[in-house]
Write a protein of this length. Structure first.
Length: 262
């Protein structure tokens, strides 16, 4: 159960307590007017007003919970998103000699080598994006972003049914994440790539809380079938990435061949 759900449930409980206290308080005062004995009537009226006062307290607590409960909960129990590790360099394998068959005396065998895989570099912020950064605020080195989840919809900044594949047509997509230790004014950037082409770009100074849930969104003019990647930066430093695919499930209808009799 999330913190937002706990706050909502508590506000609903306060509303129910308000209704119950107001109802029983009103009944106490109404029933007291029908009693013939002064002392008993005054006692029930006093109890009724106490319940009405209690319902007023429930109303104030419920209102404060709805307005400020989420912020107070994040201060008391800050979210702790997982940190995405920086990709490491793939080690170069050793050269392996290819086994050969014993050749005739005139043929000299030649050993072959296994190709060396390329090293996956750490993503860099493109120059055309870094030139637009105007914020002079230095990001907190302890700032963290969690793994990005991609979904068609969000609720309370959290993804609904995240997936790694989306069928055409797609429409708008959201990349949700959790964050911690962010500083207001520090530049953050989210880039959506299709191959080497940036299809969506978001680069603005941070103006939210120090920790919580966030998202980036993308809706290009047209989604093409293939693999996409979201890269997130804080200042000039790469923080996290994720990949997803857009696929087409359309199938070409099969043709039925009809043979005619001679």
């Amino acid at each position: 159960m999330t913190i937002d759900q706990l706050v909502q449930y508590f506000a609903i409980f306060m509303l129910a307590a308000l209704a119950a206290s107001a109802y029983f308080g009103w009944r106490q005062i109404r029933d007291a007017s029908q009693l013939p004995f002064f002392m008993l009537r005054r006692r029930k009226i006093t109890q009724g007003w106490r319940l009405l006062l209690l319902s007023l307290i429930f109303a104030v607590v419920g209102l404060l919970t709805s307005l400020f409960g989420r912020q107070v909960a994040f201060i008391i129990v800050p979210p702790t998103p997982s940190v995405t590790p920086t990709p490491t360099i793939t080690p170069t394998p050793t050269i392996t000699n290819t086994p050969t068959i014993t050749p005739p005396p005139t043929i000299t065998p030649t050993a072959s080598t296994t190709p060396t895989p390329t090293i996956t570099p750490t993503p860099l912020l493109p120059a055309e994006i870094s030139e637009k950064i105007e914020s002079g605020v230095t990001p907190n080195p302890d700032s963290t972003f969690s793994q990005i989840e991609v979904a068609r919809g969000i609720r309370d900044n959290q993804s609904i049914n995240p997936s790694e594949e989306f069928d055409l047509p797609v429409g708008r997509l959201f990349g949700t994440f959790t964050y911690n230790n962010l500083v207001n004014g520090a530049q953050w950037t989210a880039l959506w790539y299709f191959g080497n082409t940036i299809v969506c770009e978001e680069s603005i100074p941070w103006d939210g809380d120090t920790g919580g849930y966030g998202y980036t969104e993308c809706e290009p003019e047209q989604w093409s079938e293939g693999e996409y990647e979201i890269r997130m930066f804080l200042g000039m430093e790469w923080k996290t990435s994720t990949r997803f695919s857009v696929i087409s499930t359309a199938q070409t209808p099969s043709q039925t061949v009809t043979s005619e009799s001679p």
